[in-house]
Design a protein around this ligand. Structure first.
Ligand code: CO
Ligand code: CO
Ligand code: CO
Length: 319
């Protein structure tokens, strides 16, 4: 409520500002190009500093990829407790820098403060062609909706904190969260994606809702087609559901219609907060074949999970 009293940020060159609930801000710098800017940081979600650094950087870069941008520069943001050994910080920064290099971007600096709770993140600046900006707002009736990473990282990281996850599954989840959405982004640009967003803290439905309202459409999700990390359903059944799931669900009440035939644990997965999740991409029918073939030939995980429909009583329908 108090945030609403802040002045609106407006500028003739500001194409996407923070009032649009999009993944990153977009600011025109000349006739053809715009900057894409984003920042994200959070406390460790895995024990290993190096992998935490990789995941936090991949997560921050993802907002630039979700807009169709190309990352150029990065700034590290660190909150570090004075009583921890500096080898931990070194591991985090090493993991982060490797991901930033993989993205083809360069670290130009950063800032650290002493903090009771460790935090790491990255601010990323990218570049984008004005006519290739992919926002939340362009999804059209008849578009296919694709998701490029399986769901369930919130439930599994909750399980990790409770020592309930096997080392093999921890490795799988770390690899997935550390994976860049770079190639998926390149492919969606090539096949003229109408809209895209990355799936993070608000869960699949939270981010799908942002797309549905910005695009003034209804999004139908095929629950049977959802890609779900292994063991997630069992963990949800055992109650390893993060608090954010309930906040996400509460926020969307009245906005969605879920078939009552649906398994209750699938509902937890629909609202599960993701870290460094996949891209949700709306593709027009004329480009669907090319998009699917290229995703397959480049070995990028990709699943058709829904469809864009004419706006109705609910923003989201889950069947
Ligand atoms: Co995002
Ligand atoms: Co973000
Ligand atoms: Co400074």
């Amino acid at each position: 409520e108090t945030l609403k009293k802040l002045p609106k940020s407006e500028h003739p060159n500001l194409i996407v500002g923070f009032n649009k609930a999009d993944d990153a801000g977009v600011f025109r710098i000349n006739e053809h190009q715009a900057l894409v800017q984003t920042v994200d940081f959070f406390p460790p979600i895995v024990d290993d500093p190096y992998y935490f650094g990789q995941i936090a950087a991949a997560n921050a870069l993802s907002d630039v990829y979700a807009m169709g941008g190309k990352p150029l520069t990065a700034l590290n943001i660190v909150g570090f407790p004075g009583n921890l050994p500096s080898t931990i910080l070194r591991g985090i920064l090493l993991g982060g820098s490797e991901k930033i290099e993989e993205a083809g971007a360069v670290i130009v600096g950063g800032h650290s403060i002493k903090d009771n709770e460790l935090k790491y993140g990255v601010s990323v600046t990218g570049i984008i062609n004005i006519n290739q900006i992919i926002t939340n707002a362009g999804a059209e009736t008849g578009n296919n909706l694709y998701l490029t990473k399986p769901l369930g990282t919130g439930i599994i990281t909750t399980g990790i904190k409770r020592d309930a996850i096997s080392p093999e599954l921890i490795k799988t989840v770390i690899d997935q969260m550390a994976a860049l959405n770079k190639e998926a982004s390149e492919i969606m640009i090539k096949y003229n994606a109408k809209a895209a967003t990355d799936i993070t803290g608000f869960g699949l439905l939270g981010h799908a809702y942002e797309m549905a309202t910005a695009s003034k459409v209804t999004i139908r999700i095929f629950s049977e087609k959802l890609p779900i990390l292994s063991e997630v359903l069992r963990l949800a059944e055992e109650g390893m559901v993060p608090g954010g799931t309930f906040t996400n669900r509460e926020y969307l009440k009245d906005k969605y219609l879920i078939s009552d035939k649906l398994n209750k644990n699938i509902e937890h997965i629909l609202f599960d907060p993701q870290t460094s999740g996949g891209l949700l991409i709306a593709v027009a029918q004329e480009y669907v074949d090319g998009f699917e073939k290229e995703m397959k030939s480049r070995n990028i995980f990709n699943r058709l999970i829904g469809q864009v429909e004419v706006s109705g009583n609910y923003s989201l329908i889950i069947e």
